[in-house]
Design a protein around this ligand. Sequence first.
Ligand code: MG
Length: 380
Amino acid sequence: MAIQRVAIAGSSGSIGTQTIDVVLAEPHNYQVTALAVGSSADLVIEQAQQLRPEVVVVTNEAHRARVAAALPGIQVTGTLTDVVEVADVVINGVVGFAGLSVTLETLRAGRTLGLANKESLIAAGPIVQPLRSTPGAQLVPVDSEHCAIHQCLRSTSFGNQEVARLVLTASGGPFRGRSAESLAEVTVNEALAHPTWKMGPKITIDSSTLMNKGLEVIEAHELFGIAFDNIDVVVHPQSVVHSMVEFTDGSTIAQLSMPDMRLPIGYALGYPHRIATPFGRIDWSSLSRLDFEAPDRDTFACLNLAYAAGRAGGTAPAALSAANEVVVEAFLAGRIMWSQIAQYVDAVMQEFVVTTPTTVEDILEADALGRRLAEEVLSK
Ligand code: MG
């Protein structure tokens, strides 16, 4: 195999730094050729001095000159999509809506996209989908559940014809099993204490509300083309079964591994091969049980909000995702209580009028409107 050139969009974040771990574990197979950050100047300078990429992108102009001065001989730019040209595989670990441009450009250029940026498919599914058929383009999910489903689906040669349903597992987050009343006054730190996964703050809060799982249901629908009625969520606190596919004959294939994002990242880097480095192995002698239970859809109402937005289609998922970002920021800033997250997002979706997007601008508009409505309901 020729050495794979890897671009990391969002290299300062949780996905980005773990991608570097995977690359450094197999330097004979992978080489980082581009790094992109928003404003994490010190970290990207350190990363670039170690990895010597061709391109470093710093989107925040205020930090760019300092990065350029520290990295003579490396091209330093301000355009996120500049990472695509020098790469065979682009890992899109940009947080939030800003990651869309990287997704579009990577597919347009016919490269492999390791997609960790959920918003790309959730908000802009109708725009992203046609680009997946660009010659050479390949979309490999870097999300543990979708990576699991992607693997399970390799057990059929007949595509969706033989798929009965997708079952996404959810750890249940830090508040699993708790009643709505007992959750009324939880603090930001309690919500940030995820029991099994180490992730960034926004996604950790989404995990605590099950919005993350709801967004993943939409993502699964977009990625695999399975109807919402045939996508289920089951709570599985050990986070060892990462998701399952049930086939028409009643057989279920599940993917199991330790909860470590370096596995899905390595899967995307290596696909269709498998990397040689295991990041954790299951110890079957200490793994004594695997539990499964139905999610509590009343206490964790964000799950239903996401299903509703997914079924509504069009611009609804974009508005949901945008409104949720604003509302979660308000929670992290101490402006609202945890239990109000679902209420505020619901209030936005009640007011939002769904349309059919045909351009990126339509998505941007829905995103902006979702944010504006969220600010409005928050300030009431
Ligand atoms: Mg996930």
